[in-house]
Design a protein around this ligand. Structure first.
Ligand code: NAD
Length: 368
């Protein structure tokens, strides 16, 4: 299709919280038309489009019917985690390119199925990790990729909130599938794995807990009753190339932070401090990070050099949607490809399996 003459016709699947960030971005693009969307909750999609004064955008409760009727060129999948796969696959089979919110899916199996259908249909699937578009995150990758650290052998990442258990669809297994691990843990994993160039994960030994989510002392009575996911997890992950990844993530804990992200290399180390330990965490959704320091030897002396970071002003949500639209219009590869994020998902899957069985598990990702 020639998108220079025709606007790219986009539909939104799932019109809850994050769909607002997507539509706000698309509405700034002159080459995009929002044709409609779907939400299984009756009236929710209509109310969503009305809020944006889009009377011509059509609303559906049934996603398949929406895809058949509107035949969009591309979709944003903004549903809760447990329906990511079914919606992304339906959209691909209907001939659409897909911007899929994070985490890619709940299970590795579902993520692999998306990859199979992506390959079969030849459409783009990109995963919505907006911190990738943050200048500070790009700087971290630039330093790691520069070779300045020598051989990188150990990484510690993750983080957490002292109090920050979300509510809504995030705390029930049937909707979210996974808790803190998939909600915010996937960002920390993406921060370090992307900086390294997404090495293959080999094994994982993990634990997970739900002491805070289920406790009415730290959660509302009603939310504590329906809480059925993790609020803390920790994992020891072996990556190819002899790299160890030590990871932990929490929604609530009696601590201000679970520590900085560190990269240890044979020539230098890199420390990325959380921006604000009270409210944010490593690899944060908005790309925020605090001081970045290089630890190295100069003239035989241990030296610590702060790396100046400019306060990023980019609209990361806009850039995430814009890079998707550019890829579709210009026939470019997916900006955040499933070939990378499958390893993020494989680690999440390994953490769940290991925490359940109580010992280390192997990670196998079939080539697609
Ligand atoms: N990138 C970010 O910064 C960011 C921030 C928040 C949430 N998210 C992700 O976005 C996703 C949605 O989060 P949210 O806060 O908007 O959740 P939400 O519960 O507010 O919205 C999800 C909506 O999807 C609808 N839905 C579910 N299954 C559907 C289906 N089969 N067809 C059509 N509609 C369906 C639900 O009815 C609901 O209205 C989650 O995967 C979450 O991890 C990303």
């Amino acid at each position: 299709m020639n998108f220079t003459m025709n606007k790219l016709r986009i539909a939104i699947i799932g019109t809850g919280g994050i769909a607002n960030a997507h539509i706000n971005a698309y509405l700034q693009m002159e080459d995009v038309e929002i044709v409609g969307g779907s939400d299984i909750i009756p009236g929710k999609a209509r109310a969503f489009f009305d809020r944006y004064n889009l009377p011509d955008a059509r609303d559906f409760e049934d996603t398949e019917e929406m895809l058949r009727t509107l035949k969009p060129d591309a979709v944003s999948v903004c549903t809760y985690n447990s329906t990511h796969a079914v919606c992304a696959i339906a959209a691909l089979r209907a001939g659409c390119h897909v911007l899929l919110e994070k985490p890619m899916t709940v299970t590795l199996e579902d993520a692999q199925e998306i990859r199979r259908v992506e390959k079969e249909t030849g459409k783009i699937v990109t995963i919505g990790f907006q911190p990738r578009y943050d200048g500070r995150m790009k700087k971290i990758k630039e330093i790691v990729q520069s070779g300045k650290l020598g051989k990188i052998y150990y990484i510690q990442t993750g983080g957490g909130r002292r109090r920050g258990i979300p509510g809504s669809t995030f705390i029930e297994k049937q909707y979210a599938g996974v808790g803190a691990l998939a909600d915010i843990g996937c960002y920390s994993l993406d921060m370090v794995l992307n900086a390294l160039g997404y090495p293959k994960p080999l094994t994982v030994s993990a634990v997970s807990y739900d002491y805070f989510g289920k406790n009415p002392k730290y959660n509302s009575e009603e939310d504590a009753k329906r809480f059925s996911v993790d609020d803390f997890c920790g994992a020891f992950i072996r990556l190819e190339g002899g790299i160890t990844l030590d990871f932990r993530m929490s929604w609530a804990m009696h601590m201000d932070t679970t520590g900085s992200t560190i990269f240890l290399g044979t020539d230098a180390g890199l420390k990325v401090e959380p921006a604000n330990p009270e409210s944010l965490w490593g690899g944060a959704w908005d790309g925020s990070c605090g001081n970045v320091t290089l630890f190295h030897d100069e003239f035989g002396e241990p030296t610590s050099t702060p790396i100046p970071l400019h306060d990023a002003k980019e609209d990361r949500f806009f850039l995430k949607c814009r890079s998707f639209v550019d890829a579709v219009e210009q026939n470019l590869p997916a900006p955040i490809p499933t070939s990378q994020i499958i390893y993020n998902q494989a680690i999440i899957d390994g953490i769940i399996r290991s925490a359940e069985c109580g010992h280390e598990v192997e990670i196998h990702v079939e080539e697609i």
